[in-house]
Design a binder for this molecule. Structure first.
Ligand code: CTP
Ligand code: MG
Length: 230
C-alpha cells in the first residue's frame, strides 16, 4: 500500500503555555514535530509526510524536518485542527496514495508498533482504523450545571489516539462533507468518517502515544525519556 501521512502541527499549544508553538518545543533537544515525523518514517511504511504548520511559521517548521529531506514537506495549516488536516490533504495529488495516516505532532512518542497496527487494519480491508486503549477512569456525562446525568459502562469506552488511518477516498469524502456542513468541528478525523456511516475499526494503541497537552504531560515524557538514548 502506498501510504502518505499528514501531521497536523499548526496549533499554538495554549494549554502547554510554552514560549514557542507546541510542535517546536524540544524534549531532550529534539522538537516534538521532529520526533513525530521520525516515528512515522521509522516505520518504513510511510512514503511521504505532509506537515500542517502555523501559517506564519512555515520556515522554522521546515527547518525542524529538514533532516528528512524530500520525504517530508510543510504546508500552511488552518484555524482549527480539521482545517489544518484538510489543507494538507488538498496538497496531496488525488490517487497518488492508497491510504492516508493522520498523526498529531503532539503524539510525538508514538511507537512504530502503533503505526504498524493501524496499517494492518487498513491492509485487512478496514476503510478506517484507529488506535485505542481502554479507559481507566470512570467517565461521567454532565449537564450545563456540571451535574452528572449518566455513567456510561466503562468496558465499552475507549480512548483513541493517532495515527488514524483511512482509505484515501474515505478521508477526502469525510472532509468534503464537513466543509460543506454546519456540523460542529470534530476533535479527530475518525469522528468525521463516523458521520458518513462508515465503520471505523479500533486496533491496539499504546500509552506512549499519549498526547502532550499540558506541562505535566511534558514532564512525564521527559521523565520517561530520562536515561534513554532517544
Ligand atoms: N492543530 C492543528 N491546527 C490547529 C489546531 C491544532 O494542526 N489550528 C494540531 C496541533 O498542532 C496538535 C493536534 O492538532 O498536533 C492536536 O491538537 P491539540 O493537542 O489540541 O494542540 P493545540 O491545539 O496546539 O493545543 P491547545 O488546544 O492547548 O491550544
Ligand atoms: Mg487544540
Amino acid at each position: 500500500m502506498r501510504i502518505v501521512a499528514i501531521v497536523p502541527a499548526a496549533g499554538r499549544g495554549a494549554r502547554l503555555g510554552a514560549a514557542t508553538s507546541k510542535a517546536l518545543v524540544p524534549v531532550k533537544g529534539v522538537p516534538l514535530l521532529t520526533r513525530a515525523v521520525r516515528g512515522l518514517l521509522d516505520s518504513r511504511r510511510v512514503q511521504a509526510v505532509v506537515v500542517a504548520a502555523p501559517p506564519q511559521e512555515v520556515e522554522p517548521f521546515t527547518a525542524a524536518v529538514r533532516a528528512f529531506g524530500e520525504s517530508c514537506r510543510v504546508v500552511a495549516g488552518g484555524a482549527d485542527r480539521t482545517s489544518s488536516v484538510r489543507l494538507a490533504l488538498d496538497s496531496i495529488e488525488p490517487g497518488s496514495c492508497d491510504g492516508v495516516l493522520v498523526h498529531d505532532a503532539a503524539r510525538a512518542f508514538t511507537p512504530t508498533t502503533v503505526v504498524a497496527n493501524v496499517l494492518a487494519g487498513l491492509e485487512d480491508g478496514a476503510e478506517a482504523a484507529v488506535p485505542a486503549v481502554p479507559v481507566t477512569d470512570t467517565v461521567k456525562v454532565v449537564d450545563s450545571h456540571d451535574v452528572i446525568t449518566a455513567t456510561p459502562d466503562r468496558s465499552a469506552l475507549r480512548a483513541v489516539q493517532t495515527p488514524q488511518g483511512f482509505a484515501e477516498g474515505v478521508l477526502r469524502r469525510a472532509h468534503a462533507e464537513q466543509a460543506a456542513s454546519t456540523d460542529p468541528e470534530a476533535t479527530d478525523d475518525a469522528g468525521l468518517v463516523e458521520r458518513l456511516g462508515i465503520a471505523v475499526r479500533t486496533v491496539p494503541g499504546d500509552v506512549r502515544a499519549m498526547k502532550i497537552t499540558t506541562p505535566f504531560d511534558l514532564a512525564v515524557a521527559e521523565a520517561v525519556l530520562a536515561g534513554q538514548e532517544v
